[in-house]
Design a protein around this ligand. Structure first.
Ligand SMILES: Cc1cc2nc3c(=O)[nH]c(=O)nc-3n(C[C@H](O)[C@H](O)[C@H](O)COP(=O)(O)OP(=O)(O)OC[C@H]3O[C@@H](n4cnc5c(N)ncnc54)[C@H](O)[C@@H]3O)c2cc1C
Length: 290
C-alpha cells in the first residue's frame, strides 16, 4: 500500500504533503508540470493508471484550481468519491475528513466509504511540517500508452494580467480595492500605493462585476485565495465570500469609512475614513521617507 500525491510548485502542495504523511504509508508523487501544457483529462488518466500501479490506498492533491480540477476528473474516471478542500483527514475505510464548505464559512465532517479516497487539501489551512519526501513515480511507460485525444482539453495560451508585475496568489503584500474606490479610474491611487510597496493589486467581486478590474484581480471564494504577509483592504466591506479568500493572510489593514464593516472587525489594524484621502496620504508618507 502507498499514497499517491499530485505535486505543484508552492506551499499548498507542502501543506497537502503534511496531511498525506498522516496516512502512514510510503508516498509516491507525480508532478503536475510533468504534462505541459496543463491538460486535466490526460493528467487524470495518468494519475488513475498510476494509482492502480502503486496500489494507492489514497490519492491527494492540493486544493488549488488545478488540483481540484484534475482530482474531480480522476473521481469521475474511476467512479471513486472525492472530498475537496479538506483541512483534516484520518485514514481508514471509511476515511474521516473535515472539509470546508460555503467558501470556508462551514466545516463539514464526512466519511468517505472507499478503498481509495480522493482528497484535496484546502490551501493555507494545514501548517507545514517537514518529513519524508515522496518518491517520484516513473510516468513515461504509462504516458506513452494513453489516448492522445485526452490532450484535446489543454491550456492553449497564457495571457499576462494587464498590470503585469506580482501575481496575487504569491504576493507578499496586496493592496486591494472594493466598491468604495468608486470607479475604474479610482484605482489609480490603489495602483500607486501597490507600486511603492512592490505589492499586487487585488479587488472584490463588486469591482469585477462593475468591470473596473479584470476577474484575475478578484480575491475570494470565486476569485484567488491569497496568503500575503499584509493585505490592505480599501473600501471593502468584508463579505463572507471575500473573506474566504483571505484565510491565509497574516495581517489585515482595513481602510473604511464605516467602523462597523465586517472587514474592520476582522482586521489587525484599521483606519476609519475616506480612502481617497488616506491612500494617497500613505503613498506620500512612503515617498517622503525614501
Ligand atoms: C456565490 C457568491 C460568490 C461570491 N464570491 C465573491 C468573491 O470571490 N470575492 C468577493 O469579493 N465577493 C464575492 N461575492 C460577493 C460578496 O458577497 C460581496 O457582494 C462583495 O464582496 C462586496 O464587495 P465590496 O466589499 O467591494 O462592496 P460593498 O459590500 O458595497 O462594500 C463597500 C465598502 O466600502 C466602504 N466605503 C465606501 N466608500 C468609501 C470610502 N470613500 N472610503 C472608505 N471606505 C468606503 C463601505 O463602508 C463598505 O464597507 C460573492 C457572492 C456570491 C453570492
Amino acid at each position: 500500500m502507498s499514497v499517491l500525491v499530485l505535486m505543484e510548485q508552492g506551499d499548498p502542495s507542502q501543506q497537502m504533503l503534511t496531511l498525506a504523511r498522516k496516512f502512514g504509508a510510503p508516498l509516491h508523487s507525480v508532478e503536475m508540470d510533468a504534462i505541459k501544457p496543463f491538460a486535466p483529462d490526460f493528467l487524470a488518466a495518468l494519475l488513475s493508471a498510476l494509482a492502480d500501479e502503486v496500489n494507492a490506498s489514497a490519492v491527494l492533491a492540493a486544493g488549488t484550481e488545478r488540483g481540484n480540477e484534475v482530482m474531480a476528473r480522476v473521481a469521475a474516471r474511476m467512479c471513486l468519491p472525492m472530498a475537496a478542500n479538506c483541512v483534516a483527514a484520518t485514514p481508514g475505510d471509511p476515511a474521516l475528513v473535515t472539509r470546508q464548505r460555503w467558501g470556508g464559512s462551514l466545516l463539514e465532517e464526512a466519511r468517505l466509504h472507499s478503498p481509495r479516497p480522493l482528497i484535496t487539501v484546502a490551501p493555507h489551512t494545514v501548517p507545514i511540517e517537514h518529513g519524508p519526501e515522496p518518491v517520484g513515480v516513473d510516468i513515461d511507460h504509462v504516458r506513452s500508452k494513453l489516448d492522445p485525444t485526452l490532450l484535446a482539453v489543454k491550456v492553449s495560451e497564457h495571457v499576462q494580467p494587464s498590470h503585469g508585475g506580482v501575481s496575487l496568489a504569491e504576493a507578499n503584500v496586496i493592496v486591494s480595492g472594493g466598491r468604495g474606490v468608486g470607479s475604474k479610474e479610482g484605482f489609480a491611487i490603489i495602483e500607486e500605493l501597490a507600486g511603492l510597496l512592490g505589492a499586487a493589486v487585488g479587488c472584490s467581486r463588486a469591482v469585477t462585476s462593475a468591470g473596473w478590474r479584470p476577474h484575475t484581480d478578484q480575491v475570494g471564494q470565486t476569485g484567488t485565495k491569497v496568503a500575503p504577509e499584509v493585505y490592505i483592504a480599501c473600501g471593502i466591506s468584508g463579505a463572507t465570500q471575500h473573506m474566504a479568500g483571505l484565510k491565509g493572510a497574516k495581517r489585515i489593514l482595513a481602510i473604511n469609512s464605516d467602523p462597523q464593516a465586517p472587514m474592520m472587525q476582522n482586521a489587525d489594524y484599521t483606519v476609519v475614513g475616506d480612502l481617497k484621502e488616506i491612500v494617497p496620504a500613505i503613498s506620500t508618507e512612503i515617498r517622503n521617507r525614501r
